[in-house]
Design a protein around this ligand. Structure first.
Ligand SMILES: *[C@@H]1O[C@H](CO)[C@@H](O)[C@H](O)[C@H]1NC(C)=O
Ligand SMILES: *[C@@H]1O[C@H](CO)[C@@H](O)[C@H](O)[C@H]1NC(C)=O
Length: 353
């Protein structure tokens, strides 16, 4: 039965679905989508820090995804404002503002369009503290950008670009898996004394809805979270992949009686190697999933770490389920990106090795 389903659907497997995390006990919370959680984090930042500003293309009217809706009305045009259509200029402005003590939250409309600002990020923002011998920094800068596939985004609206930035010391790179993490991690990025890039999986903006604490809170950066404990195989991912990993783990439990431990890396740079190493030491098997292309993707870095730290504990070669090494075409996206069935197959391979 399963193999029939798999044959029929592996190529065009379902786009991500979303199951909310368990309810929070004893906390005042409200049902929020991921975009509302992002909006709420920025509202809290603007309310609690009168030096905080929000800038980007179209943020004044709420942005293409509505993440900044209502914020200009509430905080005024001097704190929430549109910029010209130049990513290089708007990130440069954010760097300058941050060096002058402003908490700058800059929006890039799509992660695919962050590259005009690549020079500003990797040559200026990331190096400022180092270059000035600690006299200047732009640690109060946070850059937000929607990332990942949505099923119809094609070449310029589907990319996952985290590994380009993972090569650059001096910045932090963070990706949330749902509304609750988005609010806590974004507030951490905004308050962290280093420039941060916060990639928001845009397919989850409206799809992911769950209980989110009403007050402000922070989730520590560079700390992976064990989303589901298990003993046989470690599954590592971030962002939308966590949902795929949960579904693949459910299938593996049902069909193979295999117990998977699911880890959300959350921060790509600097990442929490210890949680992964401890888990792989326990399970001896690792499957990594990311939407970004396989070659040079961040999964390769995780494998290098694990072979170094867990060599004698490994029971099977590490498997990667990644985007294919090509550009994302309009009609082939579901074939190119990971699916729960591709993850399930990888689990089957590592337990059968
Ligand atoms: C911001 O808040 C501080 C401390 O409450 C206050 O001293 C300062 O005048 C405020 N600045 C602005 C621009 O409102
Ligand atoms: C993992 O296991 C190796 C030995 O195989 C050990 O040296 C290392 O300390 C362990 N790491 C953790 C974090 O448990």
């Amino acid at each position: 039965m399963l193999s029939n389903i798999r044959k029929a659907t592996v190529r065009y497997a379902s786009i991500v679905s979303y199951l909310p995390e368990p309810k929070i006990e004893n906390q005042t919370s409200r049902s929020m989508s991921l975009l509302e959680a992002v909006n709420d984090a920025m509202r809290i930042a603007l309310e609690t820090d009168n030096k905080s500003i929000l800038l980007g293309e179209d943020v004044a009217f709420g942005g293409v995804f509505r993440c900044t809706v209502g914020l200009q009305n509430k905080f005024g045009k001097s704190r929430v404002f549109n910029t010209p259509l130049s990513e290089q200029a708007l990130v440069g402005f954010g760097i300058g503002a941050a060096t002058q003590g402003y908490t700058a939250i800059a929006e890039i409309q799509f992660a695919d369009y962050i590259f005009p600002a690549f020079d500003q990020i990797v040559n200026e923002a990331a190096t400022l503290r180092y270059r000035s011998n600690g006299n200047y920094n732009c640690g109060k800068l946070t850059i937000r950008a929607p990332c990942g596939g949505v099923g119809h985004g094609a070449t310029y609206h589907s990319q996952s670009v985290e590994s380009y930035f993972a090569h650059c010391p001096g910045i932090k790179v963070v990706i949330p898996r749902g509304p609750r993490q988005a609010k806590g991690l974004l507030l951490s990025c905004i308050r962290d004394p280093n420039p941060c890039i916060f990639f928001e999986p845009k397919i989850l903006y409206r799809l992911a809805v769950e209980d989110v604490p009403v007050e402000g809170y922070e989730i520590p950066l560079s700390t992976a979270e064990i989303v589901r404990p298990g003993s046989d195989v470690t599954l590592v991912g971030w962002g939308t992949m966590i949902q795929l990993l949960k579904e693949a783990a459910d299938l593996a439990k049902k069909n193979l009686d295999v117990d998977c431990e699911i880890i959300d890396l959350q921060t790509i740079l600097p990442y929490d190697s210890e949680t992964i190493v401890q888990s792989v030491n326990k399970t001896g098997r690792l499957v990594i999933a990311h939407e970004a292309r396989k070659t040079g993707g961040f999964g390769a870095e995780l494998i290098a770490c694990v072979q170094n730290e867990c060599f004698l504990k490994l029971e099977a070669p590490v498997e990667r389920v990644c985007g294919l090494d090509t550009h994302i075409s309009l009609n082939m996206e579901r074939f190119i990106l990971p699916s729960k069935f591709k993850v399930y197959d990888a689990i089957e391979r590592v337990v059968g090795f």
